[in-house]
Design a protein around this ligand. Sequence first.
Ligand code: DGL
Length: 270
Amino acid sequence: MNKNAIGVFDSGLGGLSAVKQMLCAMPNENIIYFGDTGRVPYGNRSKDTIRRYAMQDANFLLKNNVKMVVAACGTVSSVAPDLESTLKVPYTGVVLPTCFTALKESKNGKIGVIGTTATINSHSYKTRIQLKNPSFEVFEQDCPMFVPLVENGFIDRDDMVVKLIVEKYMSNLKNAGVDTVILGCTHYPILKDAIQDFMGKDVTLIDSGKETALYTKKVLEENGLNNTDKTPGTAQFFVSDTPDNFEKIASLFLSKDMQNCVSRINIEEY
Ligand code: DGL
């Protein structure tokens, strides 16, 4: 049993898709979240920059004595898998847990993967799926406009701008006949309704945030690090730029008032 917080980070709002599921699956755990809103997006940056940012993000969380680090970011998980070896606490990214579920869900062996440009160029999801089952066909698509859409609050499934951009990115996967789509960037579950509307109800969407939250619970339990206390956990949120926008969109997505719940830090100090 360990009462320390779980540390979760992402480039911005995306990791909240993991936090939302953690709050349901582990309501008594404490959570410290860092969203690097001053440097979002990560997905079109170089490997070196993404690695450096990820290391600083993890260092901030470790300074707060977290018992586990969760990179709730498809980009970091894909480009900096070696981050794990530098940490002294358990760590997970999002690629591994998400691929496990996609392999179980797909019936026709055709899986679509959407992610940031850095994630898609790394082929992280495709490699892991085909390592487990070489007969699976994997169709990859980067969607660089999805993160700015989410960060700017364009998350309504009926918004014409959202619909058009979803159609632009998802058409190839729809035409390829995939029955399962991995939302390989944690921002994308926030657009899940719009993506589902376009792909149709027979296509299963795998939420990388949700799978990572469930996997985190398993890792904590296996390591005897889960908080068995019955009192509800607390969640603290930090960002690297002004909290206003984050508070507004996070309130909508988490269905809870986040006004004055988010603090700004200087991530360059870590
Ligand atoms: N949410 C992140 C991911 O899962 C980062 C997106 C970005 O900053 O480009 O890839």
